[in-house]
Design a protein around this ligand. Sequence first.
Ligand code: FES
Length: 146
Amino acid sequence: MSPREADELTIGELAERSGVPATALRFYERQGLLRSRRTPGNQRRYGHAAVGKVAFIRASRNAGVPVAMIGEVLGILPEGAAPTREFWIRAARCWSTHLDDRLSRLRRAREVFGGCASCGCLAFDRCALMKAGTGEPAGQGVDDGM
Ligand code: FES
C-alpha cells in the first residue's frame, strides 16, 4: 500500500471531521490520548478509530473530566479500536462519581466564597478559602482536578 493507507486521515482531515482544531489534536497526542503514525515526511496519519476517540475525548472534556482520567480509560481500549456506545456508557457512569465529588467541592467553596466576598482580606493565614475548611488542603483550589 502507498505511504498513505486508504482509511487513514491527515491531521487536517481529522480536524475537519471532528470539528476539533489541529492544535487540540496535537495536545491530545502529547497527552497520550490519541496516537498517530508518522510518514517518511514526518506527517501524522490517524487510523479509522481516531474520529471516535476524538469524539469521546471532546465529550469527556466538555463534561469536565480531567485529561489524565480520560487517558486511563482510553488505555483500556485495544490498539486501533474506537470507543463503542457501551464503552462510553460505562465510562460516563464511572465519571459521574468524580463529577458529583467536584460539584460537592464547588458548592462548599461557593459557600465559603460568599463569606469572603464580604470580607476582602485575602490573608493566607485567615482567609477561609485558603484553609482546609473547604475540604481541600490549604493551597489547592477547588478545581485542581481539571
Ligand atoms: S477574603 Fe477574608 S476570609 Fe477570605
